[in-house]
Each structure stands twice: as C-alpha cells, then as structure tokens.
Design a protein around this ligand. Sequence first.
Ligand code: SAM
Length: 399
Amino acid sequence: METVVEGKARLLVPEIPKTVSSDMPVFYNPKMRVNRDLAVLGLQYLCRKLGEPLKVADPLSASGVRAIRFLLETDCVEKVYANDINPTAVEIMKKNFELNRIPPEKYEVYQMDANFFLRREWGFGFHYVDLDPFGTPVPFIESVALSMKRGGILSLTATDTAPLAGTYPKTCMRRYMARPLRNEFKHEVGIRILIKKVIELAAQYDIAMIPLFAYSHLHYFKLFFTKERGVKRVDELIEQIGYLQYCFECMNRKEVRELYEIKERCPHCGSKFRVAGPLWLGKLWDEEFTAFLHEEAHRREEIAKETRRILSLIKEESTLQTVGFYVLSKLAEKLKLPHQPPIRVAVKFYEGVRTHFVGDGFRTALPFEEVLKRTEELKKEVERYLASRREETPPQDSA
Ligand code: SAM
C-alpha cells in the first residue's frame, strides 16, 4: 500500500502499477484527477444553487477518494453514501475516512451492487450522484435517475470511448442503439450519442436529464446532467435528438432533425452522405454552470493546473455551440494548404473558437460553403506569405 495526496485528501491506495487496470485490488487511477476535480466543482455549484445541506451518493467509490474530497472540499455536504461491491475496496474506504478524520456522522459505507444501493428505499432523494464505472455507465443510469432529487446533479463518467467514437460500431449499436462516426470529431459524436442514451433511459419515467457540461479527455468522457420532472421538459429534450450527416470526401456536415430530411448523396460533392445517430443535437454546455466551474477552479489552490487549463478552453468553446467542428490539419490536407498557420490565426480567419476536443480544432458558425471559400483565401495568403519569405531569404551558395 502507499499513501497519495489528491486535493485536500490523503489516501491509502494499493501500489499504483505503470498501467492502471481494473485488476488492481482496489482501483485508483491518478490520471483521473481532472475528472475528480470537476466532480468536486460540480458539487460546489449545487451547494451555491440550493443553499441547503446535501445528500451525496458515490455508488462506485473504490478507495472513497471522491466521497472524501466532496466532504473536505465543499461546504454543504450533510452526508455522503459511499458504496462498492468489492469488499477490499470497502475496507480501504473505511480506513481512508478515518485517515482524513471524517466524523462518523458524515458518511455511511455500503458493500452492495450499485443498482440495489441506488434503488433502496432511502426515504429521500440524493441531491448529487457521482457515477464512475469501469466502461459504460448504461447499466446504472435508470437507477441513478430514479434515486435523484429534482434539481439534483449527476456527475457521470464513461470510459467506453472506443465504441462511442466508432472503433467498434457494432458495440455502439448494441449498447447505445446509435451509429457512431469515425471522423475528425468522432469524440464529440460519441458524447452526443451517450447524452441521447441518458435522456432516453430517463425519459421512460418522465424524468428529464438535462445536459449541463461535456468533456472528453484521454480515454474517458465526463458529463453533468441536472434532473427535472415533467413530460413537457422531457418532450423538449427529445425534440433535440436527431441525426448528423457527414461526407468523408469533402467534410460537409449537416444536422437532420426529421428522418425525411436524410440525403443519400452529399449536396456539395455527390459522394455518399453518411448518417450518425440518433444523437443529441442540443447544447453541450450550460453557460452558467461552465462559468462557475471555471471561476471556482481558478479560485482554489487544490485544483490541478490541468483542470484550470481545460476549463479555460471549454469556457471559450461554450460561447459557440455548433454540432461538430473543423480540424485545421485535416482542412490543410484536404484542400492542399502549402503550410498550416497557427491555430490562433485560423480561429480569427474563420470567426471561430478553439475546441478542447482536438488541439488544432475550431468551431465556427460559418456555413460549410463559406468555410471552403475562406480556406481558398487562406491558401492564397499562405502562398503570398511563403513567397515573401523566399524573397527575403537570399539563396544559399551551393559551392
Ligand atoms: N470512483 C473511483 C475513483 O474515482 O477512484 C473509481 C471507481 S472504479 C472505476 C469502479 C468501481 O466500481 C470499482 O471499485 C468496482 O469494484 C466497482 N463496481 C463494479 N461493478 C459494481 C457494481 N455492480 N456495484 C457496485 N460497485 C461496482
């Protein structure tokens, strides 16, 4: 065993191997630090919003790291309910609560299947649930939605990004009943498919799970939802589920809300127009929630620098919420730019914003044809710039 420090928590965890895997006796992945920072910040948002003591569930808790950080780093938790099916995890978790001197009335520890744990008759609803499974969260979503209070928040992780992003399309179809898209914004498409699934699983109980925030990093997706009730709210969400068409030949893309709008051929170049979805076509970020996470992260010393950097990028990205984005290197390759300008130059050129999904990606509200036109203009500018550089540099003496 070793002791690690994360945020304000000290934790006893098994020796961390070079490659972290679910084979560890108790799972702890230091690379999920950003994910856990976000979970803490999301809970602090709810503290501010509701202004009352909150009941928090950590149904897949492992070492107890999240539950403990929630207690140490937010100011409104009445009690955390931490659970894991693994008896060794429960043992370590209890030690970790003691190690951090958490008063016993502030936590309860369970060793149950997460679905049973969530569906137990608690006599109250959880205000905040953090769901952090190995792989897909699908088997737990209905229980989570039912166990939450109205106005509560779900902090959700998914690590099955390979099916969602199109590496295993058949798995995506089975698990999410949606077609993925293996293109330059495949991770955004994956996130939109996952959101669709969460909305659809809750909708059958007239529960509206409204997306608040989305983030893709390393091997995982992180999402936040808030729960509301009522058929009107659910119907409004369902209206924002549709399809996305994409042309692999010319990069044309088009959102489709009704099935009859689907086209077989790309209207720009006539190639096959692929269909992804059904998926969520609405906003990925609630501006107020995103701004809060950003400000709060920058106020707190215990939040990792990487978390702050990502939140700065996402805050900018949330100002232009398009479906899909462009990747500069891909545009350069397809449209034969002789030299790729820096991303900050491109962002201005296309009146866009950067995206956290890909380093040289950007969002723009310009129509596709206008993006192509501007790329031709950009090409000329780059050619002019390269020619002026050649004139400035005298030829080398070959002798
Ligand atoms: N949340 C932890 C963290 O931030 O370090 C990591 C959680 S780990 C990815 C998933 C945990 O879920 C494991 O500890 C595993 O034992 C537990 N688990 C898997 N299936 C479960 C089930 N059906 N019910 C309860 N716990 C389960």
